[in-house]
Design a binder for this molecule. Sequence first.
Ligand code: ZN
Length: 216
Amino acid sequence: MGLDRGNRDFRMPARLHWAWHEPKRMRRLLTVEDHLLWSYSMLSVSREAMQRMQGGETNPFPGGRTKAANILMSKYQDGRKNITSLDRDDALAQNGSHVCAHFGCIAPRYHMDHLIPRSRLSGDYIPLNQVRSCPRCNTSRGNGDLMGWHRSNATFPSLGILRRYLKLCYFYAQRNDCLQEPVDEAVASGLPFEPRNLPRLFPPVQVLIWDYAYPA
Ligand SMILES: [Zn+2]
């Protein structure tokens, strides 16, 4: 697209490139909840590692994050831990700088992009489902599944957006009583997101981006 070239107001920062692939050995994920909790657990463990390393500590999971994520996932599964509300995510988004949530692009104006596509919600309203998006990212994604879009572009979302998305998906499935459904059945019955597109493996901690609206 030559459209934005020469437009001084538009800046496209470096994206986090990630050649998506699946782990060789992996716990079996069957239900919608399994997929969501696995990604959420990997995210939490990655975030912890990121924070500790930014604080000058060594990587707390030198042998990899999988073991810690497995332990954490069990806590979510048996109710020792719960997915927290979106209040904090919302507050962070409201106070952050005005950049494209997907890659931190700077544009003269922004669109609001629905993390779970509105076109798939058949009129169902989901609070806090909108993020600021530059026109280019919004147009490129269209009505596509958020993680499907990242997969086809070989990019990885910021952890802040991924966390928000996972929570939205989790609460949606909870409200619609399909957390325990096998993922293929739930998708066939019209689940508005694709749990099998969620990341199982995450990029190395050193390259992860927490939130484009809060540059480190
Ligand atoms: Zn963008």
